[in-house]
Design a protein around this ligand. Structure first.
Ligand code: NOJ
Length: 581
């Protein structure tokens, strides 16, 4: 080699041009990997866009119906973008609007790369995306990862024969004998989690409805195909995904039986600990790889993460913050009473886990208005809850209609139920129709949602609790939301400040500071039904001011400023004020 180098000038020139080529290749690779690498942008505080954003969940069936078939549509969402912008929304999460037989109202996807005709077309989606962009509103789609519809082409192929190339895209097993499923696992929607398919004489696994067969995430082809779905939508302009049912992506390949617990559930099945079919550690590596794809688009991943405690929630952020940016903290929704100590504990917990993601309710959870309401002060309590989760350090995800105090409208008779689990579990389980009713826009027929009978009935409260009426009332829940959200946008401490718990022994009033350098905002929330008086000594926080300048309050504490020695609060009152250094 040395001889070759020294003695052959032609070889030398070949070599030098080879070096040149190599250098070019390396440069190319470097540039490519730079391009393929993370596109994540940080602001001066080291925050990313989703940390300052207010998210808003839209259940498209129920938001706004423009073609008057009783079901909402994408054009309806586009029509309401100005309303959302004025409210202070930065990102909308649209629950599944892909082609679907609608057994689980869209959570049974039969094609991930299209729009169900019931909601519109891809062109409608593109128009929505471009109109949203003009208003700086980002779009988050729902990614139903755990399962497809049984009408998806992949499943149709998979079930056609045992040696079909897509057979292993789902979970097929032999039963234990005639009519006996492979093991004792139960569907969370009732009955066995296995369904026998006579075509091939095997059983397939479904954690949800039988029409929602689970994908086999141990198969790399499934991962590839599903990751490509996210790329396809990113290229179309979406800013992230809410990941459905991530807890259930993997199952024990040896199919160990789950431990059976005493008692029966709402479907009459034995209670069971889902030890071998939920929260398997393998799911975290899939989510971490999905995050790598998301980072290439500066996109956010929001997790439907039902965790039993903060340690489990922590795992979803990833040890190196390399998994989900926004795992939803459902532990917060489980604080099912107005309790200052309980919320204090919960807030401290999630702050220790990662960037908090607060949710009060969604299309699977009874609306906050009734969960926290006492039947007398519901409007005041709705403001209290807004005053809480919209002023905390973290990202809130609102649920459509929460901002006007929409109530649950649960079906009264089994024959009226639309959600299949409500029909199966009646009367113990009434299903989720109650929290999915049409958005209440005004006092006209069907609350202005549609010109025809909507798919679910509008509750009687629409006469008073609707957008048009509340916009006119300065004391409405809607105007309270608008004001808090405006403060969140304008105030540095509410935007970037730390969370500092105050008066931690107070059993009735939850108080905290949002602290950014020498700026501070004081938030005081009376979680009790009796008037309260509170005082604050903020010396320990390096704040010597004796007064707070009122930014927003409900009830008595209305003056331009209040003394920190004594703030009087009406039942369920909110006080938010600026405290100087
Ligand atoms: C969670 C969704 O939020 C719920 O509505 C759905 O039924 C299940 N996942 C199954 O996809």
């Amino acid at each position: 080699m040395r001889i070759f180098l020294h003695n052959n000038s032609r070889a030398k020139s070949i070599l030098s041009s080879a070096w040149g080529v190599l250098a070019l290749i390396l440069l190319g690779i470097a540039m490519f990997s730079l391009k393929a690498k993370s596109q994540v942008k940080l602001d001066a505080e080291g925050h990313q866009w989703w940390q300052h954003a207010v998210f808003y969940e839209i259940y498209p069936r129920s938001f706004a119906d423009t073609n008057n078939n009783g079901i909402g549509d994408l054009n309806g969402i586009t029509e309401k973008l100005d309303y959302l912008k004025d409210l202070g929304i930065d990102a909308i999460w649209i629950t599944p609007c892909y082609p679907s037989p609608q057994v689980d109202f869209g959570y049974d996807v039969s094609n991930y790369e299209n729009i169900d005709p019931m909601y519109g077309t891809l062109a409608d989606f593109d128009r929505l995306a471009s109109e949203a962009k003009k208003r700086n509103i980002r779009i988050i789609m729902d990614f139903v990862m755990n399962h497809t519809s049984d009408q998806h082409a992949w499943f149709k192929e998979s079930r056609s024969s045992r040696d079909n190339p897509k057979r292993d895209w789902y979970i097929w097993r032999d039963g234990k004998g005639a009519g006996r499923p492979p093991n004792n696992w139960l569907s969370t929607f009732g009955g066995s989690a296995w369904k026998f398919d006579p075509t091939t004489g095997q059983w397939y696994y479904h954690f949800f409805y039988p029409e929602q067969p689970d994908l086999n995430w141990r198969n790399p082809e499934v991962e590839k195909a599903m990751f490509n779905v996210t790329r396809w939508w990113y290229e179309r302009g979406v800013a992230g995904f809410r990941l459905d049912a991530v807890d259930t992506l993997f199952e024990d390949p040896d199919l160990h039986n789950n431990p059976v617990l005493p008692g029966k559930n709402q479907y009459g099945d034995p209670n069971m600990q889902n030890l071998y079919n939920t929260k398997l550690p393998e799911l975290h590596s899939v989510l971490q790889r999905l995050r790598q794809v998301a980072d290439k688009y500066d996109a956010v991943l929001i997790g439907e993460t039902w965790t039993k405690d903060i340690d489990e929630l922590k795992q979803y952020y990833g040890e190196h913050s390399n998994e989900l940016q926004m795992p939803m903290d459902f532990l917060f929704t489980r604080v099912d009473k107005l309790s200052a100590p309980e919320f204090r504990k919960q807030i401290a917990g999630v702050n220790s886990a990662g960037w908090p993601v607060y949710v009060l309710s969604n299309h699977d959870i009874v609306r906050a208005y009734v969960r926290y309401g006492d039947g007398v002060h519901n409007d005041a309590i709705a403001k209290l809850m807004a005053g809480l989760y919209l002023t905390l350090r973290g990202t809130p995800i609102m649920y459509y209609g929460e901002e006007i105090g929409m109530t649950n409208n649960d079906p009264k008779r089994r024959e009226d139920v639309k959600d299949p689990i409500g029909r199966l579990g009646w009367p113990k389980e009434k299903g989720r129709d109650g929290e999915r009713t049409p958005m209440q826009w005004n006092t006209s027929a069907n609350a202005g949602f549609s010109q025809t009978k909507p798919w679910l009935p509008v509750p009687a409260s629409y006469k008073t609790h609707n957008v048009a009426t509340e916009l006119k009332d300065p004391d409405s829940i809607l105007n309270f939301y608008r004001r808090v959200l405006a403060l969140r946008q304008q105030d540095r401490a509410l935007r970037d400040g730390d969370y500092v718990a105050l008066n931690e022994n107070d059993a009735n009033v939850l108080s905290y500071l949002r602290r950014y350098k020498d700026e501070a905002v004081l938030v005081v929330l009376n979680m009790s039904s009796s008037p309260q008086k509170v005082s604050f000594d903020l010396q320990a926080q390096g704040l010597t001011a004796s007064k707070a300048a009122t930014m927003l309050s409900t009830g008595k504490a209305k003056g331009a400023s209040v003394s920190l020695q004594s703030i009087s609060l009406d039942p369920f009152a909110v006080y938010i004020g600026k405290v100087g250094p």
